[in-house]
Design a protein around this ligand. Structure first.
Ligand code: NAP
Length: 761
């Protein structure tokens, strides 16, 4: 900025200015604020932040100060000093500009609009609502407050769309009617929502939810069906966005809505006669120097791929090896934005800046690959307990071959998936599930990222940055040193190998240490009552209701009658299994009919004399130990089971409370009916909730142990869920949630049972 023939520093140019800033809780916005607070002492910044349910806008800004981006300021001022500085130099306004911009004060000299929906594939209405309609709302709100500021609109270099060749720093050439597109995007939400409510669609969601959750109970099924409906709506709106973008020449809904957003604000500022600068960074990555070398907030575009590559998970990736991957460190972008802010164009004019590296310092895709590979070869990622990850060599075989590889891998994992879900419960099943999940995650990852970013690694475009270079050249020498943004000077080897890769892989190195620590159960002694709830079959003992029946029945039959009884029970096993898979309650109802006419006294006697001992021998020693440990910790132990009451008696002394199925009795004999619905699936969680309410117990501190996915509602109800020798679905869930997984194993040797010879009936 030239004043009286002397170039002023940008700090001087912005001195005394009132700045309005959005997006401060985001990656870029927080460093803009940090830099303003650190180096522009005579500025005042008003922040527009949307509050959340648990945190007001002001809370969110205060929380920001604890983040690593503010470490330099914290060191300089101390925590209290920084809070005071924030109080003095900023004003926070709560607002969500996509919905309604609150009344804004006047007097802003500069308005930096950094906030946006940055996801590449947002649902189409969300993209328009924020990046176009939201930006219009915001600019109108600022003008309505009486300010006539220099608007600095943060856009992206990729608004240029799927063009090839050189992209200049100027307005985009397209004739898309942004008002019509925005209107139809909002209407798409209504259309898709109503399509998702058609009976045949709802039936599909119910059927799919039923396949997975019918054993847990009807409300789990309906809850899941509604989640599936919402996910379908989102996916569909993402498709609307992606396809509409592609038909008009943009790779995705993000760049499409940002491009139309640019046009909308250009029109608005021209009409209002206020200056507009549009800053278009390319792919923003970690800081080269400020606020710290390698500083990054979350993982950005290239980072998930770099990390997965370092873990040896990406054998190939689509993309043109000589295509330019246009990266730019976040501090360069922030410095450029501040220099732009200090240099407004004339009123009513719009100027465009490409903050990018591809034109003067191109980093080709294969160079990026080689530098990253070298980094991992010298600094491999540790593999959990097994040495180090080896990184694959990419051949760049072309997109068609990569696609074919992905399709093959997908077919393979689909078949493997079907096999493992039907394997019986065992350690081998759990290993197989882990390995299939890992393969599936790899394939899904490469597929998703090559779909999302394929177009960015195939680009044959170069964003010229002559205006940015001229701006940089116009700065004072001091500013050029203090606020560098000349991408021509970036040393990619140093940036990638010494700064960026170490930063984005640090958490993986820490994670692998943490990962080795398996989630474990910790028994806490507390003053208030704590429950430890145990499922029985498959958790405490290996037996199930069919087996208990068979043992009791055999105990009572002459050996010559065993084969016919065996045939009768096992002939029905497939039918029982099918019913059990669909609805455990129905299975129990059907099965307990076999007790019709059995003498209560006789069954009790048989259990007491023979079957009880057998069941105790079938109990897992680890289970019994754990129940005792809970008792020793002062916890109340509860056994909850679908087994009929008499069969639980042998285990009853271990527990403070035993809840089982009650069989109806008439004149000393079982009728074959149950006297109350069986406690399975959600009914267990419902029972537990009612019980803790009566007893004044806080579920947060309680424990539950179970082995089957149908017990998910019970496990979810407590603060300390533990899965024991789980089935494949529960094993997956537990791994995702990092719940402890225990295998209590069998007691050694087969139990010996002596059979009496007397009739049950
Ligand atoms: N990251 C990149 O590689 C890249 C590259 C080129 C250009 N850009 C551009 O740079 C800008 C900043 O990107 P970023 O990476 O910092 O994004 P980010 O980390 O996702 O942050 C987005 C910010 O926008 C805020 N926001 C979104 N919708 C809002 C609304 N309706 N009302 C109020 N605040 C809202 C978010 O607030 P909440 O915390 O409340 O969600 C957050 O503070 C964007 O304009 C983006 O297009 C980014």
């Amino acid at each position: 900025m030239v004043e009286n023939g002397v170039t002023a520093s940008i700090v001087e140019a912005l001195a005394g200015k009132r700045i309005f800033l959005t997006g401060v809780t985001g990656f870029l916005g927080q460093v803009i604020l940090e830099r303003l607070l650190l180096d522009f002492p005579e500025t005042h910044t008003t922040l527009l932040v949307r509050g959340q349910t648990a945190a007001s806008a002001e809370d969110r800004v205060r929380y920001l100060l604890r983040k690593p981006a503010f470490a330099v300021l914290r060191d300089r001022h101390g925590e209290d000093g920084l809070a005071a500085l924030l109080q003095e130099r900023t004003t926070v306004i709560d607002g969500d500009f996509s919905r309604r911009v609150p009344d804004l004060p006047g007097g802003f000299d500069v308005a930096i609009h950094s906030a946006a929906t940055v996801s590449f594939d947002p649902p189409i209405d969300e993209g328009f609502q924020t990046n176009l309609l939201g930006a219009q709302n915001l600019y109108r709100g600022v003008l309505a407050g009486g300010s006539r500021p220099h608007f600095v609109h943060i856009s992206t270099a990729y608004v240029a769309g799927v063009q090839k060749g050189v992209i200049p720093e100027g307005p985009l050439e397209h004739r898309v009617d942004h008002a019509l597109e925005a209107d139809l995007a909002l209407r798409a939400r209504r259309d898709v929502e109503s399509a998702s409510r058609k009976p045949e669609m709802l039936q599909r969601f119910m059927d799919d939810a039923g396949k997975e959750h019918s054993r847990a109970g009807p409300s789990t099924v309906s809850g899941d069906a509604e989640e599936r409906r919402k996910a379908w709506v989102d996916r569909r709106l993402v498709e609307y966005g992606r396809m509409r973008a592609r038909t008009l020449g943009w790779p995705d809904a993000y760049t499409f809505t940002k491009a139309l957003g640019e046009r909308a604000v250009e029109e608005l500022t021209a009409e209002e006669g206020v200056p507009l600068s549009i800053v278009r960074p390319s792919i923003i990555e970690s800081a080269l120097e400020h606020p710290a070398a390698g500083w990054i907030d979350g993982f950005k575009m290239a980072d998930p791929i770099i990390r997965a590559y370092g873990l040896g998970q990406i054998p190939e990736f689509p993309g043109i090896p000589e295509g330019i991957v246009d990266l730019i460190p976040v501090d360069y972008v922030v410095n450029a934005i501040l220099a732009v802010a200090a240099n407004p164009p004339a009123a009513g004019e719009a100027v465009h800046y490409n903050v990018s590296s591809g034109s003067r310092n191109p980093l080709r895709f294969f160079e990026l690959y080689e530098l990253v590979r070298e980094y991992f070869e010298t600094h491999p990622l540790p593999e959990r307990g097994r040495g180090e990850h080896k990184v694959p060599t990419w051949e760049f075989p072309g997109n068609m071959k990569v696609d074919a590889m992905l399709r093959r891998a997908e077919r393979f994992t689909d078949v493997a998936e079907k096999v493992v879900t039907h394997l019986p419960k065992s350690k081998a099943m759990r290993d197989a599930v882990t390995s299939v999940d890992r393969d599936k995650a790899r394939v899904d990852f490469v597929k998703r990222y090559s779909e999302l970013y394929g177009m960015y690694t195939e680009t044959e475009v170069v964003y010229t940055d002559d205006r940015v270079v001229a701006l940089f050249g116009s700065l004072t020498e001091g500013d050029r040193e203090r606020f560098p943004f000349d991408a021509g000077t970036l040393d990619w080897r140093h940036y990638l190998q010494d700064v960026h890769c170490p930063a984005v892989t640090q958490s993986l190195r820490e994670l692998s240490r943490r990962d080795r620590e398996k989630p474990t159960v910790r028994l806490e002694r507390r003053d208030e009552p704590v429950l430890a709830v145990f499922d029985m079959e498959g958790t405490i003992i290996q037996s199930n209701v069919v087996e208990s029946y068979v043992w009791t029945r055999f105990a009572d039959l002459e050996p010559e009658d065993w084969p016919s009884e065996l045939l009768s029970v096992f002939g029905r096993v497939p039918g029982y299994l099918q019913t059990d898979r669909r609805d455990r309650g129905d299975f129990l109802r059907t099965f307990f009919r076999r007790y019709e006419g059995a003498s209560v006294e006789r069954v009790d006697a048989l259990i007491a004399s023979h079957v009880g001992e057998f069941m105790l021998q079938k109990a897992f020693p680890g289970a019994i130990r754990r129940v005792r440990e809970h008792r020793a910790a002062g916890h109340r132990t509860v056994l909850i089971t679908a087994a009929a009451r008499p069969f639980i008696e042998p285990l009853a002394p271990l527990f403070d409370l035993v809840i089982g199925a009650e069989l109806e009795v008439r004149e000393g004999r079982y009728t074959g009916f149950m006297s109350a619905p069986p406690l399975v699936g959600e009914a267990r969680a419902a029972w537990l909730r009612r019980y803790v309410l009566q007893e004044g117990v806080d579920l947060k501190y309680c424990y539950a142990y179970a082995d089957s996915y149908s017990d998910l509602p019970l496990l979810r109800a407590v603060g300390n869920p533990v899965v024991v020798s789980p089935d494949s679905a529960l094993y997956r869930h537990a791994r995702r949630k990092r719940w402890p997984i225990e295998g209590w194993g069998m007691s050694k040797g087969m139990p010996k049972v002596r059979f009496p010879k007397a009739a049950v009936r």
